[in-house]
Write a protein of this length. Sequence first.
Length: 736
Amino acid sequence: MDQVKNQQSPQLCNHCHQLNNDPHFNFDCLATKELPRSHKITVTLGSLEDIISRRQCCSFCSLVIDAISTAWGQTLPTTKDGKQIICRLYNRVVGVIRQPGRGLGYTENFGSNEYQYSNCRLVVECVAWPDDRLAEVEIQTVDNESNVRGLFDGDAQLFTRRPCESMKAVDFVLLRSWLGHCREAHAYDMECQPVQVSGSDEDGYLEYFRVIDVTDKRVVKTNGVGDYVALSYVWGQALQLQLTSSTKDRLFGNGGLDAEDVPKTIQDAMHVVEKLGMRYIWVDALCIVQDDIEEKSCVIGAMDHIYSRAALTIVAASGSSADSGLAGIKVNTRDLESFERKTKLPGSSREFIVARSSPLGLMQKSVWNTRGWTYQERLCSRRMLVFTREQVAYVCGTSCWCEDTVLETANPLVHYEDKPLLGLNLANSWTNSFMKKVEEAVNTSPFQRYASMVDEYTARNLSFPEDVANAFTGGLKRFQHLCQKSGIPTCFVFGLPTAWLELALIWNHAGSRAWKRRTVKWRYAPGVELAFPSWSWMGWMGATNTQSCLEILEPGVRPEVNWYYVEPRQQSIRPLVSGASTKTQSPWFRTSDAERVLRRRWKLEGAQSTVTEQDIASLGLSSVDCSGKLLFYTSVCFLPLTAEEDLGRQTFRIGSGRSQIEVDHDWAKGRLGDMFEFIVLGRRMDNDDNDPGKLDSLLVMLVQREATIAYRVAVGAVAEADWVAAEPRWQLVVLG
């Protein structure tokens, strides 16, 4: 690590001296309060190479290099792709105490009577840094840390940094106080209580439910009632001890887990449970018989129950494998030196120091947060004890407390960056920036929350691509519970909510890399394996960008087809109830006579919409052939694609009209000049203030055929007049 000791003499280089003399932007002012928005600026510190050269004569440049080195952990790069890395400085609010009777929201001046106090940090931003996750580091002031008080008393010095001495190892007294306060003060807070997703029919997993007894060091059977802790961690690539038919006898016996081959993370988690005064912990590798397919399938389907019903989830966010351990359990397993060196700048009454990252910020940068399986574990947990490489944090539905900073208060007027605005439910999904208006999260539609979940989940990695459905089951069941509370019942077909099927089909790929199908099969049920369909995001590798699709679908989508699905287990056709996206009371759905005439030119009154066994038989298919596929009657036509330089590499124009579509360039480049098959999925409403009833375009899918079955290539929208001009026909589509 390229670490540099701070200069003891409080000198500044010419560049920093000029910045510090600016009355609107000096280090002391910026680190203690937010300036009026009109004065909020970002200043350039210079290239990283220049700052390194100035560090010997400038205490602030030295502090900046300390902060960057601490985050980077290796020799600092000064260029990227031949260009110098530039450093900029600004300040940001990390906590505020607002006046009684005032709402939470943005204000022009945090120094106004809106707030009693605000706490800020200096942010050093490295432009064009090799890793975006580590592109920003922070510096804070130190306020008489030896007199820190807190732990929910009335004299708590909020936002004050705790003494470095207390950070050498985990303070279990502090951890127990967090859990105890949450259990007592949040006893009636729904966000800190188990989520009852369904009835007793969902409790079939209890037949296989086991936990580790940390006192007897063995795996024991339990009925799922009573206190237990769950562990969320990264398995990694190394082989680890697992519960199998061949290890059961050993692991079920007293002392079976008192051995060196137990992964360090699990050993440390067992120690934490014991120190918290609890006895049981659930760990997937050791509580599920890994070579029992039926048991494994049943328990995986109940992950939402397991993590929601746990009194606490221990999150191992400090390592990359099961053998990494939990930082802070043992002395000298944390980097303390980087956060102990203080610098006093000329003219300042305060000392400055490298700031520890916010707990949730560290989580987001961790390997744990990149794994697919841990997403639902995070989403379903009601309380979490998060072990990062720098400190431990406690996160529940209403609060977030950490070892580093005094945040323990029951005062609802205190807000800080890691405090959940709406708890651990789907309303914030942990992506809200600090001070985002609560109303925006409250007014988020259920489908927008679903889209956010999908985009976050698909950006993560899975060691086994076939796990894409199983690792998201808990998240979908939480969303289903949210829908039930909102009075919108829904089920799922390959991860898509049927209540919003028209919207759910309009997802897109994120980034510009080649679009690649997921070729592995999903073990849907014992003895039943299915290919992931092209119409679902589960059928493709890589991240989605569903949120951007929603922007072009305002103010709404109107169904145009009736959906049917062949259920894999029963091999029977069943209708899918959709239409939750329709805003039936909206003025946008008033259709003019001219538009009705246009619509009848491609969709005749009384056109067939019901799909039967006889219909699919007419295509030479059976219900077995259509297992896991969508069936529907819709409008079909052929249109050309043209590439234009100003549209970008993956954007093509549909026909001769204004409509565009994003298509994988490698797929399209050898086919330009051909006619491409499109099918109608629904109707996009056009938000036109001058013509509230205007029906602008049709949502379409570009497909390619394999025999009689169609497969998704891309989705887009086509002007209805252009569609009619292409002379479409009405036919049955089997979408695989």
